[in-house]
Design a protein around this ligand. Structure first.
Ligand code: NAD
Length: 336
């Protein structure tokens, strides 16, 4: 089993994964990040490990670090979009390493770009390596958990999934993509220019559910609306005044045989409690019976994603080489 770890990307998530992997007893063989504030520093200092001098020095040269390290599992956390991360992942696979990525589009890459997904699969098979994506959303809250709830059902007609979450822990990159701090007019402009994107991953969640239920989804409709704050809200990274945008209500509806079969709603904002909103995940599955579940507060996106990735290490090493999807594996529970 490849239980040696390489960290690829040491932002907020990579650092969390480093701390958890060390706590699990995995050996960190290499760490990669080109950020001048991190490269050349010991991993312990960058990731806030108990021993600030522990671990390898962070390398800015991914190719060299990957080539020098014997077969390991890469925990990859550099971006969201397949087009941005595919070359990094190919490099890892080509050097004989397995890859667990938290890039949202890696949860089901074919939903973003079938050609890139096929290439990743081919490279992995060629080198006897495995690659998968995981996370809380996509990867659990609005797909794997929903699928788990269908196990005792005879027939599924419709899934209504709603995740109300708090963006307050996230930094400027995530907040910009949600339009936080903009005026409602600038938000609309951001949607037109692509600067405001809302949630990344509806296509993957819908495709993962459809793939496992053997459904062909013919159409997905998405809407994005500003969540305009009625009060002042403040996080460590952002302050907004009443009338400014606190987040984005992003929804997606999927159709099969001309009929709505999935509705996913994801209002993401800073400090939802400022206007009396509690965070939560609600899943309502309708078919021969109705199964409804709410968990509040929300399933934590940051800590949960780090755990999902580190938990997957033990499971992925038992899978066949190639592109692996979460639904190909037994549930990737912690084996600690
Ligand atoms: P971040 O911006 O804090 O960190 C990204 C890090 O990657 C930075 O340190 C950056 O220097 C590094 N990086 C960028 N390009 C690199 C490259 N070519 N090689 C090596 N390192 C590189 O972001 P984060 O909060 O750590 O999140 C990472 C990604 O994970 C984001 O895209 C985020 O949207 C995604 N994410 C997914 C889920 C999920 O549920 N699937 C949950 C949380 C985060």
């Amino acid at each position: 089993m490849a239980q040696d770890i390489i960290l690829f990307g040491l932002g907020a998530m990579g650092q969390r994964m480093a701390r958890l992997a060390v706590a699990r007893g995995y050996r960190i063989c290499a760490a990669i990040d080109p950020d001048p504030a991190k490269a050349g520093q010991p991993l312990g200092r960058v990731a806030g490990l108990e021993d600030g001098t522990a671990g390898p020095l962070v390398s800015a040269d991914a190719g060299a670090a990957l080539a020098q390290t014997p077969r390991a599992t890469v925990l990859h956390a550099t971006g969201s979009f397949l087009r941005d991360v595919a070359a990094q992942i190919e490099l890892c696979l080509g050097h004989g390493h397995d890859v667990i990525s938290i890039a949202e589009e890696m949860t089901l890459p074919a939903a973003a770009d079938p050609a890139i997904a096929a290439r990743l699969d081919a490279i992995a098979r060629q080198h006897g390596t495995r690659v998968m994506g995981t996370g809380v959303n996509p990867g659990f809250a609005m797909d794997v958990l929903a699928l788990a709830l269908t196990v005792p059902m005879e027939r599924v007609d419709h899934l209504h999934l709603r995740r109300v979450n708090d963006l307050s822990d996230f930094g400027p990159t995530v907040l910009r993509g949600q339009g936080v701090g903009l005026s409602p007019e600038a938000f609309e402009d951001g949607l037109r220019t692509g600067r405001v994107v809302g949630h990344v991953g509806f296509a993957q969640s819908i495709a993962l559910i459809a793939r496992h239920l053997c459904w062909t989804v013919e159409r997905i409709e998405e809407t994005r609306a500003p969540i305009v704050s009625g009060v002042a809200r403040e996080t460590p990274h952002m302050q907004i005044a009443p009338g400014q945008v606190a987040g984005c209500l992003h929804s997606a509806t999927a159709y099969r045989d001309g009929r709505e079969v999935m509705r996913l709603e994801h209002p993401q904002q800073i400090r939802p409690e400022a206007e009396g909103q509690r965070t939560s995940d609600t899943l309502r599955i309708r078919g021969d019976q109705v199964i409804e579940m709410t968990t509040a507060p929300e399933i934590p996106g940051g800590a949960g994603t780090a755990a999902a990735a580190v938990n997957a290490v033990a499971h992925l090493s038992r899978a066949q080489p190639g592109l692996v999807h979460l639904t190909d594996l037994p549930l990737t529970v912690p084996q600690a």
